[in-house]
Design a protein around this ligand. Structure first.
Ligand code: HEM
Length: 293
């Protein structure tokens, strides 16, 4: 039986310590604002309101992966980019990406075992010995420098991992996966070496102009299983739109406001797969949120 979400958060808290008011994972991060504009190619495949081509507001949070809110930005770790698309009808849908291109974990228990091992890197070989099917993904993620501290949150690719369905206006359904790919931007002047250097670098970069990412999308090919996040799809990615991050959003989560990015929050035109890891995450995030209220 799968571990209950409350017990999963207990296990994560046991690794990083309890930090009241902070997320159990991705505890260190900050909020940004901007817009998303979809391409006609996206509008053709989904009737969702944020994919029709008119710019919609977005909320973004860039983060370090672990549960320690004071970790230095020089730490070896995955980074996160969470995006909430705010639709004109008042609804929202979220995408949560991490810097690991491959997700080899078949169960929540394996995810928790990796969280424990990653916090004490000498345990990684034991993890690999016990979970040999994850070895290929470890190599791919190492090649992609998934846990190497980046120069900037704006210079790394983020992978939301799970598949979602897109339903077009004529009812046609496609299974899609995403990639958030940075567009070439100017590095800001200055030295960014301190413990909050990622946050400082992105703030300096944003004073010179917006930071842009392409939302890349691939459609499942014949035989690709949308319910299995551990397999790669061989199909080409296409440009589904541009995220333009225009500035900081310092008021977000002030004065008691709680912001939750939830990978299962979808809107008309976007649907969930039966991927058990995806479906489990909603409960785990709720348990984490309840502890930071
Ligand atoms: C069983 C698998 C997973 C569990 C149990 C888990 C657990 C968590 C928890 C507890 C949080 C804090 C939630 C909050 O307090 O708002 C979190 C945040 C986050 N997770 Fe996961 N996670 C899982 C898989 C993933 C995957 C596969 C990705 C991306 C590919 C991901 C990306 C993120 C990101 C980006 C955040 C930060 C969201 C923010 O900035 O508010 N997680 N995760």
């Amino acid at each position: 039986m799968t571990v209950e979400p409350e017990a999963a958060i207990d296990q994560i808290n046991a690794v990083f310590g309890k930090h009241p008011g902070h997320r159990a994972l991705h505890a260190k991060g900050a909020f940004y604002q901007g817009t998303f504009t979809a391409t006609p190619a996206a509008a053709k495949l989904s009737k969702a309101l944020h994919l029709q081509g008119d710019p919609v507001p977005i909320r973004v949070r860039w983060s370090n992966g672990g549960g320690n809110p004071t970790v230095p930005d020089t730490a070896t770790d995955v980074r996160g980019m969470a995006v909430s698309f705010r639709l004109p009808d008042g609804t929202a849908t979220d995408l949560l990406g991490q810097t690991s291109p491959e997700f080899p974990l078949r169960s929540v228990e394996e995810f928790l075992a990796l969280v424990r091992a990653a916090a004490k890197p000498y345990k990684i070989p034991f993890f690999l010995a016990r979970h040999p099917h994850t070895f290929g993904a470890f190599v791919a993620n190492a090649k992609a420098k998934a846990i190497v501290p980046p120069f900037s949150y704006a210079e790394v690719v983020y992978y939301p991992v799970h598949a979602y369905s897109w339903t077009a206006a004529d009812g046609t359904q496609s299974w899609v996966r995403y990639k958030l790919t940075p567009q070439q931007g100017e590095r800001p002047a200055g030295e960014f070496k301190g413990k909050d250097r990622l946050r400082e670098e992105i703030a300096a970069r944003l004073t010179a102009g917006p930071v842009r990412f392409t939302l890349e999308v691939q459609v499942a090919g014949a035989g690709d299983d949308p319910d299995d996040p551990t397999t790669s799809w061989g199909t080409e990615f296409f440009d589904a739109g541009t995220l333009e991050i225009t500035g900081l959003d310092p008021e977000r989560e002030q004065n008691g406001e709680i912001v939750v990015f939830d990978p299962t929050r979808v809107v008309d035109g976007v649907g969930l797969s039966k991927d058990p890891i995806l479906l489990y995450r909603a409960g785990a995030y709720t348990s984490s949120v309840n502890r930071r209220v």
